[in-house]
Design a protein around this ligand. Sequence first.
Ligand code: HH2
Length: 273
Amino acid sequence: MSTPPAPDRLGVRPLVMGIVNVTPDSFSDGGRFFDPSAAIAHAHRLVAEGADIVDVGGESTRPGAEPVGDAEEQRRVVPVIEAVAGSVRVSIDTTKPSVARAAVAAGATLINDVSAALDGVAAETGVGWVAMHRQGTPATMQLTPHYDDVVAEVSAYLADRAARATAAGVAEVWVDPGIGFGKTATHNLSLLRHVNVLVELGWPVAIGTSRKQFLGRILAASDGGAETATAVDDRLEGSVATAAWAVAQGARLVRVHDVRATVEAMAMAVAAA
Ligand code: HH2
């Protein structure tokens, strides 16, 4: 087993990762950036708004999403990565080794891996790796999520994955609790409440709450107890508040759709810290 990196290795400012979903079916922006030129323009817009990293994905991970084949996923992401990698750091959001390799060849330098299984590809290609926790697969993960102690179980899993990757030679390893991936709203809130526990593991913590379902439920309740969640486009305040909350507890990267508002909130959270 290996030890975490020195805490100052990545600098002090939290990083903002802007999301570019080159998909027809992502939960919040499905279809909007499916066309490569729309995806490239969106990526450049996120850079202009202050994104430190652009996260390009070609397969939705939302509950019940249709799986995509290797060739089709590569066809979606590679042209976008080639077009933007000269202007910004690019991460590839995939669980497929072939797509990760093609993305790195196209210019990506970080593998954002919701399966936490591509550490071997990161070691072999010499790029960074985000290990995210999930319970189950997109087809089943929200049916009956169960934990005896969600914070302890997620922390132990991430520490194990990160230590193995570090020992295998991956120089840049991030850990991410996987908000909404096989978790109820209560599980998500427990993890958010205990981001500091993840931070204490020693690896830099990444977190993605942006526009997720549990925010919609809480925001609807705060609007007067409505039964249904607020619309996905109406979760900005919850997204920004949870990003700032996570950063105040020591998270070093937030993965978001709304880059401008998040960058401004990060500046305030850092100034106030
Ligand atoms: N969430 C999503 C996708 N990738 N990666 C990390 N590291 N952390 C996350 O929380 C995370 C992630 C889901 O969001 P989105 O990409 O907007 O939707 P979809 O999977 O439907 O494309």
